[in-house]
Design a protein around this ligand. Structure first.
Ligand SMILES: [Zn+2]
Length: 471
């Protein structure tokens, strides 16, 4: 039902042709990016929401100007009785058995932060050393412009009457936590339904090596309490014979890791990341973890960061040092945050964590569970037709093989997309590179990777326009 032949080569004359057309329009596209960047659409409550309206309208206008859509509208959903920020949707139906692509990006941006930290004005796009500096230049207004360019170039090369279906969803509150994302998907399911979803909001491995973000870790957090005695006792009178809750808790917490710091909980999924150059020295520099501090875990650094579970105790409530007295504490609370590997399941992982805690709690102390939070991990369909097509297109545009990168944290809305559109293949692409500094002062976009991303997405849509659904 969701199957198309896979494309594993693109003719070099087509690549040249696309590069030429993208090149002819490139200055105009950089101008579009500049105009979008000047609109300070920030979806945080402290900022003027009118800018988000202006921003959504500007994006809608650019989508209308492509001339390919049957519908372009600004819509919003509601959550907890409060309306969300304006999102832009567009739709052109597929014809003759061709696939439909949903192109996602977001038009809101992070606040600029401390203005003194910016070397150029945050909302004034500035070209310097082959990069465009501005808040949103990379995250994620470049994503919007890449989509627009791919759509218009497809139209130029395949003709007005092309068969590919295209849906567009430009969200307006991603940087504020995508509060109404799920109801928005549910309410606009018909418009957004697609065979493949291109989420242009991540990055490449370097400015020259393209990447698909193929894995995200999920998260399971659990608050729990360990108690031993029913009231606090004098530590002089009872210490040494009666166990206190802090002793029970700390002994329990140390069982969560092996001697090398890797996770000791049985039954969690663990995988391998693609081999990419990322050394221990680079990790030490990025993390500020200087020698002689030892690193923890085993496997490659990227395995540890992307495809293995990690457990962190992120809070303990016992007694503060200031208020401490010579007593045995009757109860202690802790919060564990567990990152779970791509391919794992939050419910199963939570059950494994609880089984571990119950098995290892010492002295038959009492264990009580409190709040939990869960988020699903993501693992792209590596064997899927859409991923093969995307990799081929990226390789043709960048001249280098596509890296499969992971993110150790999560992007919650990806889990929503997989739930609402279980049959769609999800391609997480983007224009950022290691120097983009998304969310930080002096955010920037490398101009040549912007251009290559346009070429890659155009090639992907052009080839998809020739694919016929296999029954
Ligand atoms: Zn973003």
């Amino acid at each position: 039902m969701n199957n198309f032949p896979s494309v594993d080569a693109i003719q070099s004359d087509l690549v040249t042709q696309v590069r030429d057309v993208v090149g002819d329009d490139f200055a105009r596209r950089v101008g579009d990016l500049g105009r979008l960047v000047k609109i300070q659409g920030i979806a945080w409550e402290a900022f003027d929401a009118a800018n988000l309206e202006t921003s959504a309208e500007a994006v809608a206008q650019l989508l209308r100007e492509t001339g390919v859509f049957e519908l372009v509208e600004i819509r919003r959903a509601e959550a907890d009785g409060k309306p969300g920020s304006p999102a832009v949707v567009a739709r052109r139906a597929a014809k003759n058995g061709k696939p439909t692509f949903l192109l996602y990006a977001h038009h809101d941006v992070q606040p600029p932060g401390n203005l003194d930290d910016w070397e150029t004005p945050p909302f004034e796009p500035t070209l310097k050393n082959g990069r465009i500096y501005a808040r949103g230049a990379a995250d994620d207004k470049a994503g919007i412009v890449v989509h627009l360019t791919a759509i218009e170039t497809l139209r130029k090369l395949a003709g007005d009457d092309f068969d590919l279906g295209i849906s567009v969803f430009i969200e307006g509150e991603e940087e504020a936590g995508s509060r109404t994302f799920r109801p928005f998907l549910d309410q606009n399911r018909d418009i957004l339904a697609a065979d493949a979803i291109v989420v242009a909001d991540s990055g490449n491995w370097t400015a020259d090596i393209p990447a698909l973000t193929t894995t995200l870790r999920g998260v399971v957090s659990q608050v729990f309490e360990v108690s031993t005695i029913d009231h606090a006792l004098h530590s002089g009178m009872y210490g040494g014979a009666v166990p206190d809750a802090m002793m029970a808790m700390t002994r329990l917490l140390t069982t969560l890791h092996n001697e090398d710091g890797s996770v000791a909980v049985d039954g969690l999924v663990s995988g391998k990341a693609m081999e990419l150059p990322y050394s221990e020295a680079e990790l030490r520099r990025d993390a500020g973890a200087d020698e002689p501090l030892e690193l923890i875990g085993n496997g490659s650094i990227l395995d540890r960061l992307w495809t293995q579970p990690a457990i962190t105790v992120i809070g303990i409530d016992g007694q503060s040092v200031a208020l401490s007295s010579n007593t045995l504490l009757p109860r202690v609370k802790a919060k564990i945050s567990m990152r779970i590997a791509p391919g794992d399941d939050p419910d199963r992982a939570l059950a494994a964590l609880r089984a571990h805690l119950e098995k290892h709690v010492p002295f038959k102390a009492k264990l009580v569970y409190h709040e939990i939070e869960t988020g699903k991990p993501f693992k792209a369909d590596a064997a899927g037709w859409a991923q093969a097509l995307a990799e081929t297109a990226l390789e043709a545009a960048f001249g280098n093989k596509t890296a499969h990168i992971g993110i150790g944290g999560s992007i919650p809305f990806i889990a929503d997309l997989t739930e609402v559109f279980p049959d769609a293949q999800i391609l997480v692409t983007g224009v950022e590179d290691a120097d983009s500094r998304a969310h930080s002062p002096n955010e920037s976009l490398e101009v040549e990777s912007f251009r290559k991303a346009m070429v890659a997405e155009t090639l992907m849509l052009l080839k998809a326009n020739d694919l016929t659904r296999q029954e």
